[in-house]
Design a protein around this ligand. Structure first.
Ligand SMILES: Nc1ncnc2c1ncn2[C@@H]1O[C@H](COP(=O)(O)OP(=O)(O)OP(=O)(O)O)[C@@H](O)[C@H]1O
Ligand SMILES: [Mg+2]
Length: 396
């Protein structure tokens, strides 16, 4: 069947998600007053605020563990097929939402990082309590000069999890759906990868700009596909798994984390890659040039300091892995946002990413060319970051 003919209606999906959240809340808290309020825009699952007798909670509902973008583009089949499969999916002990609730319990028992509280789970809906504080991207945007200190404290908070202490206790909770490498492979190694690349941005960009971006992304993906086999596949470390700034709240000296996607990895590289790469996106999309420079320099110095604490014989491989994963993650999120149907609301930082798609695509194109070359160690790091500065014109 033609994929276009299976495209789902975003309004139907939204209405069904809201009804599921409402009926589950009514069942979990019977007799209490349940009100659904604002949407928390997500390209992955349906997320909205709910009040239960006046107490505010966040509800999250995942369809078949697929992203909403893939689902709307027909990856789960027709609406009837999706709904049938979903009934079975939510009953499974290892559904995405069940593992996320398990991961929150795991981290709470582990002690660090501090995560949001679970208020309830049922019928595939997870209810959490809002974490206090301000999202890290907002803090970085307002006080870019504090970026390095904030990134350091995030990495410090994760040090125990990344140590051998974290390894034993994860069994059965792994959220591989958020693996950078897994997503990259799924999107770009299959037979239809070339065709989907050519379609990117059709709904969201003017054609001349779109074609330029598609060309940049095609050459980037071509290079990164060659690096996939060089990423170590050992499973010796537990990583937080979806360590983007949007998942970290700053509450005075305390950090609170949401949406863990804990998983096995060969080391902390995936967490570093996501944190550094997504922080760079905040830099590239910041309207103020001097903030762009401050945030970029902070990302660079944080990664460089982290690398200096790693034994010298591991450093070169680790740095290449971090840079490769960061570029893969950037292609992943950029292509997801570009292919999101217009009917799916994007979060403000995702809209900003689409608006700056050309700058971002050209940065990762040049950085991926460096990575395929012979440069290694601190020289590679300097060269990659000066490409970022060069593209934005923010670094001398
Ligand atoms: N416990 C919480 N406290 C405060 N805000 C929350 C909480 N849970 C979710 N949110 C808000 O909702 C947004 C989406 O939630 P979440 O990240 O869990 O969903 P997701 O489907 O995994 O989205 P994404 O793919 O963007 O990470 C978050 O970025 C955050 O703004
Ligand atoms: Mg999330």
């Amino acid at each position: 069947m033609n994929v276009m003919s299976r495209t789902l209606d975003a309004k139907l999906l939204e209405a069904a998600s809201r009804e599921k959240v409402r009926s589950t809340a009514v069942r979990l808290w019977s007799g209490k007053e349940v009100r659904l309020s604002s949407l928390c825009p997500s390209v992955t699952s349906y997320v909205c605020r709910v009040t239960v007798d006046g107490e505010e909670l966040i509800a999250k509902y995942s369809w078949l563990g697929l992203s909403l973008v893939s689902l709307l583009r027909g990856a789960g089949g027709s609406w009837t097929e999706v709904r049938e499969a979903q009934e079975e999916y939510v009953r499974a002990k290892d559904s995405l939402i069940a593992r996320e609730a398990g991961a929150l319990d795991f981290l709470r028992t582990f002690g660090r990082p501090r995560v949001c509280e679970t208020a309830g789970i049922g019928d595939g809906v997870l209810f959490t309590r809002p974490v206090p504080g301000v999202p890290l991207p907002d803090v970085i945007a307002a006080r870019p000069w504090e970026t390095a200190a904030l990134l350091e404290s995030v990495l410090l908070t994760l040090a125990d999890l990344h140590s051998p202490v974290g390894v034993d206790r994860l069994r059965g909770l792994e959220i591989g759906e958020r693996s950078i490498l897994g997503v990259f492979r799924r999107k770009f190694s299959g037979p239809s990868a070339g065709a989907s690349l050519m379609e990117l941005g059709r709904d969201r960009l003017p054609e001349y700009e779109r074609q330029e971006i598609v060309e940049l992304l095609r050459s980037t993906v071509w290079r990164l596909v060659r690096l996939v086999s060089l990423i170590p596949s050992r499973r010796t470390t537990v990583v937080f798994g979806d360590l983007k700034p949007e998942h970290i709240w700053v509450d005075g000296p305390r950090l609170h984390f949401i949406d863990p996607a804990v998983q096995w990895s060969s080391g902390p590289e995936q967490d570093l890659a996501k944190l550094i790469g997504r922080t760079l996106l905040l830099a590239l999309t910041h309207p103020d040039r001097s903030a762009t420079r401050q945030i970029t320099e902070a990302a660079s110095s944080t990664l460089s300091r982290y690398m200096h604490a790693v034994p010298a014989h591991d450093r070169t491989q680790m740095l290449r892995t971090v840079v490769a994963l960061w570029l893969m993650d950037t292609v992943n999120i950029l292509s997801t946002c570009l292919s999101a149907p217009l009917a799916l609301p994007l979060a403000p930082h995702q809209t900003a990413l689409v608006a700056h798609a050309r700058t971002v695509a050209s940065t990762i194109d040049r950085a991926s060319a460096l990575l395929l070359g012979t440069m290694a160690g601190p020289r590679l790091l300097d060269a990659v970051f000066s490409e970022v500065g060069h593209t934005t014109g923010s670094l001398r």
